[in-house]
Ligand binder design. Structure first.
Ligand code: ZN
Length: 331
């Protein structure tokens, strides 16, 4: 049976159960916090409490989408996983350049260096988050090697990347090339932050041309980033996954509109390419903000709304349990 790498070590696909594929349970204060104060989730107790809320509602696995060097906090993920008894998969990779300070190594790292960083985090262990966030050079980071953290060495289980409005500009292209090389070699899953106004099919083509199995690609936020469902059909037709997470985010659209997208995708025959999540921020986590929807919103409320709309229990099980297990399993 194929193994999935979590912050507590490898687990079998059978133990993933209900999965939310793009969450944030830990973000330290950095550039993203300066842009949006809701992008700070830095209290280990509260994150563990939120993870326990998810577990109590029947949840078992989260993918945390904060990559290395971008205010990731592996130690919080690890304690939340341990205390709540859930699986958490942590990310290596990169976010939008806007989320890094001006002199951060991400702006100057070479393709080879970045490939090495990804590979090390996936196969050997994650670097120190404090060091990766600091203004050290990529050379200093790689020279320091993975962070032992007193024997609590953790590997990343997925590569998270961002497809920004610049699309395949030289800086992003360097990072995408490194990602492609590493993913093709390791058969690792890649989750893609899709920014509105981009053409995600272009990036899908970029990766498949470089030997990446399209089934290893998950295009995130498509429900709010791309109104043209024809593009969703195209991505799914090629074999990649679509992760919808504009759930309980009423400033974008209602849950009824969200469910309309799921229903249309199912009607067109793409049930087995759908994944979901909440893409939480501090504001929406109940343990940080009592008025927030909470990490259990899908399991407690949204799933019921899906079923009330006519989506069957089997279809819901595919989105929540079977599809994530297939996506995360290495062939
Ligand atoms: Zn996110």
């Amino acid at each position: 049976m194929s193994e999935i790498i979590t912050v507590m070590g490898p687990v079998g696909t059978g133990s993933l159960k209900a999965v939310q594929c793009h969450e944030h349970l830990a973000i330290s204060k950095g550039k993203s916090y300066e842009i949006n104060p809701a992008l700070c989730i830095d209290d280990a107790e509260k994150s563990a409490e939120e993870a326990a809320r998810f577990r109590e509602a029947g949840g078992q696995t989260l993918i945390d989408a904060q990559p290395v060097g971008c205010n990731r906090v592996v130690s919080i993920l690890q304690s939340a996983s341990e205390k709540a008894g859930i699986n958490i998969i942590c990310s290596t990779g990169f976010h939008k350049m806007a989320f890094y300070p001006e002199k951060h190594w991400i702006h100057s790292v070479t393709e080879n260096e970045f490939y090495g960083i990804l590979r090390t985090e996936l196969l050997q262990g994650t670097y120190s988050d404090e060091m990766a966030d600091s203004l050290c050079s990529a050379e200093d980071l790689t020279a320091a090697g993975p962070d032992d953290r007193n024997g609590l060495q953790t590997k990343a289980g997925i590569i998270k990347i961002a497809y920004d409005r610049e699309e395949l500009s030289p800086r992003y292209r360097t990072l995408f090339e490194a990602t492609a090389r590493c993913a093709a070699e390791t058969d690792c899953c890649v989750m893609i932050h899709v920014e509105g106004g981009t053409d995600p099919r272009r990036l899908q083509k970029f990766f498949t041309e470089r030997g990446i199995n399209p089934q290893r690609l998950m295009f995130c936020h498509m429900d709010r980033a791309c109104a043209d469902l024809e593009k969703h059909f195209g991505i799914a037709e090629e074999g990649s996954y679509l992760e919808y997470d504009t759930i309980g985010r009423f400033k974008y659209h209602s849950d009824e509109e969200e469910i309309g997208i799921f229903r249309e995708m199912i009607r067109r025959g793409y049930l087995n390419k759908l994944l979901y999540s909440l893409d939480t921020t501090r504001e929406r986590l109940k343990s940080y903000n009592p008025d927030g929807i909470g990490l259990d919103y899908i399991l407690k409320i949204f799933n019921r709304k899906m079923m009330d709309s006519g989506i069957s229990a089997e279809e819901l099980n595919a989105i929540s349990v079977l599809n994530p297990a297939t996506y995360l399993s290495r062939i």
